[in-house]
Design a protein around this ligand. Structure first.
Ligand code: GDP
Ligand code: MG
Length: 254
């Protein structure tokens, strides 16, 4: 059985109501992908559900177990290391477990990744948007994106989206262990590195739906940390401590 070239990394904390249906949908897509779930010891047993999948289909589903909730950013890194170092992935995706990121967009995102090094499933390009999101979350997201644009100079429209595709070379070019944020602002910091290193970034419109089951794990603390990250990146941009490299030519790896 062939091992997929594309692996999607899904961080989970208490997603037992979502994970089985999500893995089922991902494995049924017309594109061949593998699934890596990085679970932080979810008290609701998410990790054991994933173990059952990987016992049956180790070439398509893998579980990474960490002790205790350690943040979404470091969960991505743990999944990427497995994908790159052990599974030889050419492309690595990230998405949430709660169906906010609908698997049906994955084929279009992978298609665009033929000509872009990083692809974002984006709420803020024409055709994209949010469904059933309370006004408070919409406001928070809009403010966060606007401030991130102005201060960090990021060009992508949706800088906080966790639905992404990265080419292997992009992840290999970035000192992942030096990324300071561990939580949600990791996404902004990661995109900052991608843009500064000249990787080509594209966006595919998606409708982002509020989670079907369970509750959000974003906390007020994360919001403050996110603002801190944006100012830290602003400082780096002003000091030019992270040099802007020339655009990497579009020479898709495959
Ligand atoms: N492994 C891990 N996953 C997390 C952590 N925090 C959030 N997640 C997962 O990250 C994804 C996004 O979190 P969610 O609560 O949906 O955030 P929201 O959609 O922004 O409200 C979901 O799949 C969560 O289960 C964490 O500390 N560790
Ligand atoms: Mg969510």
């Amino acid at each position: 059985m062939d091992i997929p070239e594309t692996w999607v990394v899904i961080p989970t904390y208490n997603e037992a109501d979502n994970i089985d249906a999500l893995i089922t949908q991902l494995l049924a897509l017309p594109v061949e992908i593998g699934v890596i779930v990085v679970d932080d010891g979810s008290p609701d047993g998410t990790g054991a559900l994933v173990d059952a999948w990987s016992a049956e289909q180790p070439h398509r589903v893998r579980a990474v177990h960490r002790a205790g909730k350690q943040g979404i950013g470091t969960a991505y890194i743990a999944g990427w290391k497995l994908a790159i170092n052990e599974l030889n992935a050419e492309r690595v995706m990230t998405m949430d477990a709660d169906f906010s990121h609908n698997p049906r967009y994955i084929p279009a995102m992978l298609a665009l990744s033929q000509t872009k090094h990083v692809v974002i499933g984006s709420r803020y390009v024409p055709g994209g948007g949010t469904l059933n999101w309370p006004l408070s979350r919409r406001l928070l997201s809009t403010v966060a994106n606007t401030v991130a644009h102005l201060l960090t100079g990021l060009k992508a429209k949706d800088t906080t989206a966790g639905f992404r595709v990265y080419h292997r070379a992009v992840l290999e070019s970035i000192p992942l262990d030096e990324i300071r944020s561990s939580g949600y602002s990791f996404l902004v910091e990661m995109l900052f590195f991608c843009q500064r290193r000249g990787w080509q970034i594209g966006e595919v419109p998606i409708m982002f739906e509020d989670r079907r089951h369970g509750t959000t794990k974003i906390s007020r603390n994360e919001i403050f940390k996110g603002m801190g990250t944006v100012f830290m990146l602003f400082g780096r941009r002003l000091r030019r401590s992270e040099p802007q490299r020339a655009p990497v030519p579009l020479a898709p790896t495959n």
